[in-house]
Design a protein around this ligand. Structure first.
Ligand code: SAH
Length: 831
């Protein structure tokens, strides 16, 4: 677009999305002829001088003081090279600066906003003119500070979510010939949370507005006053009170006042959606508590009953709802209607939020009474849900009824519309439920976290919809998740997902999430974190997306504490999203934690060990083992009983698989290739060794199964793979069959136990799981690594305390030690 200046983002003051503003191979637009104005010109424009500066140049001493980098060389361009010989920057050198120009008969002042010519067929770019100067070669230039339309940012595919008149401020600047200016545009800065009437009023005399800043790689934040470009103070701004040219309240300033509120408040409420067994929310609470913010998981929702059972088992303080998130959203809306109907909104919540289990209430019951005889009278309602609990193909609001004279085993779910003559019972239930906040209402939730499953992008799914993944019902939960946020409007949001969310189909799903948050006026920041960088022996890479409303500080990501190379394939364009990758002052990292560091203290167990609970065999051997055993529950009653070891049992392999495992040598990296009859041919592909007769197991089945030979076209070393004590595992997955993954214990003939996997995920040993063995493996494999969620909880607390920075935060001390600190902090809270 800009004639004469090859725009190379590396040289811009701040590089943003490379797909925009790049002049790449595209032709530059035709440029009008630039003419140099005389050093001292008359202010009147002559007819044929269609592009020129007018007025006197800025006095030389002032110009040199304000833009010293423009006056350092006599050559046209000053080249700055880094110590390793890389070209860092090219700075066009000035002869003098101006404050006024005329382009095509229209005059522009410094700090005016303008449309700037883009390539043919593309909409003009939008810039603020932050310098006007004549180069040493007498060319007329201006420095543009760019505004971004949604289309120009990473969320371009989701630009339809963003209002057309909204643009985003950026700190990216570069130099362009003056004749690339096309016309004037009037842009106003709006403060966060301006009301609609004020906004429309302000916009009546402006073309566009901005209220957030866009920065690389994927960050949208509210503007802080000190960052705003108008050095002249002449920017058009309306203040929170609606008056023009007032002072903009920065998000930061507002957030500071919230800090004391948050800290003084008894607790901050968390809703964990798609909670699984609670890896994400539990870690977040740990981390936040570490910094003194009392974050409590008040509600959790998951469709899986076993995961719910696990969460309940570890979190007495949480209302755990075993239902689909979409039904939960319907329920929230119905619940709000009921609360309004009974005039409850605005009345006081019961501050004692401990929830009594209604279902276990004992009443005088006549167990001998025939339940199928006579009239039934509602004694009381004990639960509510939206859905079809009786499987009658009827999705609606239901209440669980305790019948008069009957015990809990006779409770039934009844549709709301069938209870019209029980209004008193409904009122009583809703009133009690409102007081104890069994369900959140809009504004009740401070923080929503969750990882909406997007199975439509899973690499294992052969039928992925590449063109419109949002239409794939398997990805619908992303929309549901955002709809719940939209309804409840929490202060903070944290979404977790697989990296495919920003890779698959040009990252549409990930950018949809970002676009939805920005359209709801949330600040957002995206980062990719490797579990191993936070002190567990696992590479697992996951995407995290923070959101904060405009009154809050947008939380940062924690910097890695441990060495570990993320082994997942991250496309180059996301390299910058890896948290800590651009850390200019790398701090000293702890050595990686290895498998043995995490599990070497655990007692030996056999393939068919069926025990869910056992004693530890000895003292911890490493600091990891020490802290993972010593961590106490954040909330709930700490027990003084001897601590037992839970879930240290492996998936029991069938006889054939067990026999196969027993044949795998006890050497790191051994696998089915080490079994008789298999040899490795060309290109590292396995083949049968014709000189060896196929070995059969006592059952008659082959020792080496065909699926191992054909897995990944014979190239894989994973089937029946054995781990080494000095390994860092790739990703703990939800399945424990050794057929296509390396998860055999280094020196025992079995797969890793549930507890061993839990340790690889950083779960504290006291975290006990529920459900069948396979379901427990799944809960652990699904979870957000505890070490990562703890770090994120810590940075959340820092944001609440007023920390507002564009750089990831250093965690206070190395992982094990900070947890030691946590135990003592926890004791303080308990005392
Ligand atoms: N964040 C969790 C793990 C979540 S895994 C942790 O850190 O432990 C995703 C979860 O989504 C699974 O537990 C699955 O049961 C649940 N899930 C899938 N579809 C759902 C739906 N429609 N509604 C609610 N939960 C759902």
């Amino acid at each position: 677009m800009a004639k004469g200046v090859k725009r190379d983002l590396k040289h811009s003051e701040e590089a943003v999305d490379p797909s925009i503003h790049s002049s790449d191979a595209k032709p530059s637009p035709p440029s009008k002829k630039c003419k140099t104005s005389p050093a001292v010109s008359a202010t009147a424009a002559s007819d044929d001088d269609d592009v020129r500066f007018i007025g006197k140049p800025v006095p030389a001493d002032q110009a040199r003081e304000k833009w010293p980098h423009r006056y350092e060389s006599k050559k046209r361009v000053k080249v700055i090279v880094s110590s390793d010989g890389e070209l860092e920057k090219e700075i066009v050198q000035a002869k003098c600066h101006y404050t006024k120009a005329v382009v095509d008969g229209v005059s522009f002042d410094l700090y005016d906003d303008a449309y700037v010519k883009a390539e043919e067929g593309h909409p003009d770019f939008i810039a603020r003119i932050v310098e006007m100067f004549e180069t040493v070669d007498k060319e007329l230039y201006f420095s543009a500070q760019w505004f971004f339309r949604a289309e120009d940012t990473v969320i371009k595919s989701q630009a339809h979510l963003i209002e057309k008149r909204r643009v985003f401020y950026s700190e990216m600047k570069d130099d362009n010939p003056l004749d690339s200016i096309v016309s004037k545009v009037k842009i106003i800065q709006l403060p966060p949370n301006v009301d609609l009437v004020e906004k429309e009023k302000a916009l009546s005399s402006y073309d566009l507005y901005y209220d957030m800043q866009y920065s690389k790689p994927v960050t949208f934040t509210t503007l802080h006053k000190e960052n705003i470009i108008t050095e002249s103070g002449e920017s058009s701004v309306i203040s929170d009170d609606g008056s023009s040219n007032g002072v903009v309240e920065s998000g930061n300033k507002n957030a500071k006042s919230t800090k004391s509120n948050e800290k003084g408040k008894s607790e901050m409420t968390l809703l964990d959606l798609y909670s699984g067994c609670g890896g994400m929310s539990t870690g977040l609470c740990y981390g936040a508590n570490m910094s003194g913010v009392k974050l409590v998981t008040k509600w959790a929702v998951d469709i899986d009953p076993h995961a719910c059972e696990s969460l309940k088992q570890n979190h007495a303080e949480t209302q755990v709802r075993n239902e689909a998130a979409e039904d939960f959203l319907f329920l929230l809306k119905e619940w709000e209607k009921l609360c309004k109907e009974f005039d409850l909104l605005g009345s006081k919540h019961d501050e004692d939020t401990s929830v009594k289990s209604e279902e276990s209430d004992s009443e005088e019951v006549d167990e001998k009474r025939d339940p199928y005889e006579g009239e039934f009278e509602v004694q009381k309602l004990i639960a509510v849900c939206y859905g079809d609990p009786c499987k009658t193909n009827n999705q609606k609001l239901h209440f669980k009824v305790r019948w008069k004279g009957f015990g809990p085993s006779y409770d039934t779910w009844e549709p709301f519309d069938g209870l019209s003559n029980c209004m008193d019972s409904i009122r009583e239930f809703v009133t009690r439920g409102y007081q104890s906040r069994i369900l959140p209402l809009p504004g009740d939730v401070d923080f929503i976290c969750g990882g909406p499953p997007c199975q439509g992008i899973s690499g294992h799914n052969r039928f992925r919809n590449y063109t419109d993944p949002l239409k794939d019902p398997k990805n619908h939960q992303l929309v549901v998740y955002m709809d719940i946020i939209d309804f409840l409007r929490p202060k903070f949001v944290l979404m977790e997902n697989v990296c495919d969310i920003v890779k698959f189909a040009d990252g549409i799903l990930g950018y949809h999430a970002v676009g939805r948050l920005v359209s709801m006026n949330y600040q957002t920041r995206l980062g990719i974190m490797a579990a191993g960088s936070f002190g567990v022996p696992q590479c697992r890479l996951r995407v995290f997306l923070w959101g904060a409303n405009t009154m809050m500080n947008l939380p940062q990501f924690p910097l890695p504490t441990h060495e570990v190379v993320g082994r997942g394939v991250v496309p180059v364009e996301f390299k910058d999203c890896i948290v800590g990758s651009d850390n200019d002052k790398p701090h000293k990292l702890e050595k990686s934690i290895l498998l043995g560091d995490a599990i070497s203290d655990l007692p030996e167990v056999t393939n068919n060990n069926g025990k869910d609970e056992m004693e530890y065999a000895g003292a911890p051997r490493t600091s990891f083992q020490k802290y993972i055993r010593s961590r106490k529950p954040v909330l709930g009653k700490g027990s003084s009983k001897k601590m037992m070891l839970y879930d240290h049992r492996p998936l029991e392999l069938n006889e054939d698989d067990y026999a196969r495992v027993c044949h795998i040598p006890k050497i790191k990296g051994a696998n089915f290739r080490d079994l008789p009859g298999v040899r490795v041919g060309k290109n590292n592909i396995v083949e049968w060794d014709p000189s060896v007769e196929r070995v059969l197991l006592p059952s008659g089945k082959p020792l080496v199964p065909n699926y191992a030979m054909t897995f990944v076209r014979g190239t894989s070393k994973k089937p029946f793979g054995r781990l080494g004590m000095d390994d860092i595992v790739t990703t703990v997955v939800g399945r424990a069959e050794p057929h296509n993954q390396a998860l055999l214990h280094p020196n025992q003939d079995r797969v890793l136990t549930i507890r061993e996997n839990a340790r690889l995920q950083g779960f504290p040993d006291h975290y006990k799981l529920c459900g069948p063995v396979k379901a427990r493996y799944m809960q652990i494999g699904n979870a957000v690594s505890f070490s990562v969620s703890t770090g994120l909880g810590y940075t959340l607390a820092k944001a609440i305390e007023g920390v507002c920075t564009s750089k990831p935060l250093k965690l206070p001390v190395k992982f094990p030690d900070c947890l030691g600190q946590l135990s003592s902090l926890k004791q303080d809270i308990e005392e």
